[in-house]
Design a binder for this molecule. Structure first.
Ligand code: UT7
Length: 324
């Protein structure tokens, strides 16, 4: 059961025009090819845990809870390669010595985390989970790479999951997840792992083969969404609202077109925040709640896609909850 939601964005807003000052790009290109107009960028010294704590605090408050049994953090930009960042976040939130670990499924991390959190609760020994999606991509982008700098932004979003009845609003599922490791090179940081340690001098920056990723994103999110929709048996076979990974407005609309869903039924948040990776879905959910597109009873379809390659989709009938 989803019973709390929180979001946090670093205060500094960077418009397209500011990027065009130092990169060979333009507001016109970025807006027309991606839909992004502004993004939030973390100040120097701010790390992923700082964003995650803010979002986590808000989600706990929204759920009216001060304790959970576990903390799951979806991120590709941990504070350090080792250890995981979730224990730091848990300690800073005052949650004690509960289980805490990171999930890395790149931009699909939040949906993977949702499956993990819901699965922990279904297994019976855990009754509540704080799931946070947080990323600080500004730290891993090549400052000279216009193809990635214009898309990504920093941010964090979180949900609280608790045990509940499968028929209650807020029940999670069905969920569909998938991966394709044969295409692991389409989104990657080459150096810094066991294959190519940093001290060997490899490329430390995040690289993405945008055009190919675009094609995979549309196909995989559509297939995953269709799988979930077949299992939900919602009236008309379609959701009230599609909250898809906020990578590019053209991708979101292409998925809606393939599903036969009117484009107006897509949540669009990327125009203001860009692609916030693992934070993308909870941030878009929070925006949809704030703008009243998402209210109690709304049938929401989540869909995500990211490096790995990884993807997924999940159905949720939205519960009554308030944002703080
Ligand atoms: O979150 C994980 C999943 N990620 C995604 O889903 C992202 C998927 N990919 C995309 O959103 C798009 O492919 C991009 C936004 C990355 C690129 O858009 P595109 O329409 O696929 O452009 P392109 O890569 O085909 O490039 C078209 C042209 C090229 O110039 P030439 O070769 O036609 O002369 C690029 O060099 O646009 C050029 N270009 C730019 N021009 C101005 C690429 N980036 C920029 C830029 N500003 N920022």
């Amino acid at each position: 059961m989803l019973c709390g939601l929180g979001a946090w964005l670093p205060p500094r807003i960077v418009p397209n025009s500011e990027l065009a000052d130092t990169l060979d790009t333009s507001d016109e290109w970025i807006t027309s090819r991606t839909g992004v107009r502004t993004r939030h960028i973390a100040d120097a010294g701010m790390a992923t845990s700082d964003l995650a704590v803010q979002a986590g605090e808000r989600a706990l408050k929204s759920a009216g809870m001060s304790n959970v049994d576990a903390v799951v953090l979806a991120t590709t930009t941990p504070d350090h390669p080792c250890p995981a960042t979730a224990p730091t976040v848990s300690a800073r939130l005052g949650l004690g010595t509960v289980a805490a670990f990171d999930v890395n499924a790149v931009c699909s991390g939040f949906l993977y985390g949702l499956m993990v959190g819901a699965g922990m609760i279904a297994a019976g020994d855990t009754s509540s989970v704080l799931l946070i999606g947080a990323d600080t991509y500004s730290r891993i982008l090549d400052p000279a790479d216009r193809s990635t700098r214009v898309i990504f932004g920093d941010g964090a979003g979180a949900v609280v999951l608790r045990a509940g009845d499968p028929d209650e609003p807020g029940a999670i599922g069905p969920i569909d997840l998938g991966s394709d490791g044969d295409n692991n090179n389409l989104i990657a940081i080459a150096a810094g792992g066991s294959r190519e340690p940093f001290h060997d001098g490899g490329d430390p920056y995040f690289r993405m083969r945008g055009k190919e990723v675009f094609r995979h994103a549309v196909v995989r999110m559509t297939q995953s969404a269709q799988t979930v929709l077949r299992r939900t048996e919602w009236p008309g076979g379609l959701p009230d609202l599609l909250v898809a990974h906020q990578a590019n407005v053209r991708i979101v609309h292409a998925v809606a077109d393939q599903l036969g869903l009117p484009r107006e039924q897509c949540a669009i948040h990327l125009d203001r925040v860009g692609n916030t990776a693992a934070a993308s879905l909870p941030l878009a959910l929070a925006d949809a709640v704030t703008t009243r597109r998402l209210t109690a009873g709304t049938r929401v379809l989540l869909a995500s896609f990211g490096g790995g390659l990884t993807w997924g989709a999940c159905a949720v009938r939205w519960p009554e909850l308030s944002l703080t």
